[in-house]
Ligand binder design. Structure first.
Ligand code: NAD
Length: 513
């Protein structure tokens, strides 16, 4: 690991052998169990983090509530200025943070840097947004009245994030919530606690230098039980949770039971439709990157390739050929395309998916398997696999969170492909490869893709922060990042002002006293 400058990166990010995982900003304290973070890259210990107890959490939430009362009165553009300075630090620390993301999560160094770039982009967006948190003015039906709406800060926002985007998802939420005037409490994934502490170190330093009240950026650490401190707490009006559908169903019910708001970003089962009019070369690039990038552990990874029978063999052969060129190995080495899975449980799930698809009658086209030997000591390196399958197979209906691509054939009209594409419970990302304008427009029409993201001639994976990100159906319905996603972090108020000497009632009702 030292070869790739990890020790240096940890130092630059202010990380120690044992770190506090509970922080309200300037104050760091944890009294819970210690969890260790091992790298899937080489199986080595990166560091340890002390978790958050219920008593610690009580301190965090009361500090956040107190801090919020001050922060909300600071003009939004001034809050934006603090986010701008936080972003300067992200730019300065992009390389060490990207390296740590790669080393702790296992994605390639380029993707680790890309993730930090997403943080930088959303902060830029948030700074501009801090001068645009505007509502509408409406014409009142009553004479001498003015009506308008305004957005006020919401309160304490709870952020729960997944291991696969250990830093970007936090920033997507927190950068917007901060300029909106909220205090944020983040529970990162227990699988990537070191990156969480690194991010909190940066925020805590910048906030403290700017005299921001304690409690605006808080970190709590641990597993789902620590997450539950927030989901069941009515002092947290909004929970933004990113992770599995299983988690989303539990979190949604806990938050709904107290009539809180939730923003859910859950699993996907993303497909690319390949029509007879597709550019096959681009299809192969999009599908292979979508299926094996981040070792198939993106919520937007390509899981299903739905190919028209006329081009099926051509596409199949080209993709199988492309898989032969994939280099698997240490993700910090830029010559490799694919790094490890996050841990051995993920390896088990991947192997079980391959068994299931065969048991249901699927045919393996590119063999999977766990890699052994020099460089693969962590036991988390697997071979990306392709299986011919049917859309109705149970395994195809579920998200396989690893590098397994299901190849499906459709016949006849595009309608049949759309039926397959939409014929799953998830609705995150989708794409069509075609040079036929009619097909592209049908795919985007009301009768087309039912996903939150629908692309033409680019694959399913990845996202640009300018657009609202999220999905339908079991993906949870939440939207984060660009467009008007900021509105969920604020409360909307409709105001009617009467500037006459009378009090006319609505709908012409007479009420003479
Ligand atoms: P996970 O559901 O196991 O865990 C996600 C987070 O939720 C963790 O921080 C975990 O501690 C917490 N958590 C779990 N149960 C909880 C509960 N009952 N109460 C409170 N918190 C709880 O997911 P994971 O394995 O870390 O991530 C992979 C999954 O995340 C995949 O399904 C992927 O598609 C999804 N994901 C979705 C998006 C999106 O934007 N739609 C983005 C990234 C990942």
């Amino acid at each position: 690991a030292t070869d790739f400058g990890i020790e240096e990166a940890l130092k630059e990010l202010g990380l120690n052998e044992i770190n506090n995982g509970t922080s309200t900003g300037k104050d760091w304290f944890s009294n819970g169990d210690v969890i260790a973070s091992y790298s899937p890259v080489d199986g080595e210990l990166i560091g340890k983090v002390k978790t958050t107890t219920k008593e610690d959490y009580e301190k965090v939430i009361s500090t956040a509530q107190k801090g919020f009362k001050k922060w909300r009165t600071m003009p939004a553009p001034q809050r934006g200025e603090v986010v701008r300075q936080f972003n300067d630090e992200l730019r300065r620390l992009k390389e060490p943070l990207g390296k740590l993301v790669s080393y702790e999560m296992g994605k390639s160094y380029q993707e680790g840097l890309g993730e930090v770039q997403e943080m930088i982009d959303i902060c830029d967006f948030a700074v501009g947004l801090s001068r645009q948190l505007h509502g509408l003015t409406m014409h009142s039906e009553r004479p001498g009245h003015r009506m308008y709406e305004q957005y006020h800060p919401l309160g304490v926002v709870g952020i729960i994030s997944a291991f696969n985007f250990p830093v970007a998802v936090w920033s997507w939420n927190t950068a917007l919530a901060w300029v909106c005037g909220d205090a944020c409490i983040w529970k990162g994934s227990e699988k990537t606690p070191m990156t969480s502490v690194a991010c909190q170190n940066i925020a805590a330093r910048v906030f403290s230098e700017n005299g921001v009240p304690e409690g605006i950026s808080c970190l709590i650490t641990g597993d789902y039980k620590v997450g539950e401190f927030m989901t069941k707490d009515d002092r947290v009006p909004l929970i933004s949770a990113t992770g599995s559908i299983r988690m989303g169903k539990i979190v949604a019910q806990a938050v709904a039971a107290r009539l809180g708001k939730s923003l859910l970003e859950l699993g996907g089962n993303n497909a690319i439709i390949v029509t007879p009019d597709a550019n096959i070369k681009n299809t192969v690039i999009g599908a292979v990157f979508g299926a094996v990038g981040t070792c198939g552990q993106r919520c937007t990874s390509t899981r299903r390739l739905i190919v028209h029978e006329d081009v099926y063999d051509k596409v199949k052969n080209a993709i199988v050929d492309a898989y032969k060129q994939i280099r698997i190995g240490n993700p910090l080495d830029e010559n490799n395309h694919v790094g490890p899975l996050i841990d051995k449980d993920a390896v088990k799930n991947y192997l079980s998916a391959l068994e299931k698809v065969e048991a249901e009658g699927g045919k393996i086209l590119v063999e999977g398997g766990v890699l052994k030997g020099e460089g693969y000591e962590s036991g988390c390196y697997v071979k990306p696999a392709i299986a011919e399958a049917e859309n109705h197979f149970d395994i195809v209906q579920h998200e396989t969170f690893g590098p397994v691509l299901y190849l499906l054939k459709y016949k006849g009209d595009l309608q049949n492909a759309l039926g397959m594409q939409n014929g799953v419970k998830q609705g995150l990302s989708s794409a069509i490869m075609t040079n036929n304008l009619r097909e592209a427009e049908r795919f985007l029409s009301v009768e087309g893709s039912d996903c939150g993201i629908a692309n033409v001639n680019i694959g399913t994976s990845g996202a640009e922060i300018g657009g609202a990100f999220g999905g339908e159906k079991e993906t949870g319905g939440g939207r984060e990042s660009g467009s008007d996603a900021w509105k969920i972090y604020m409360r909307r108020q409709t105001n009617t002002i009467n500037y006459t000497t009378e009090l006319p009632l609505a709908q012409g009702i007479k009420f003479d006293l």
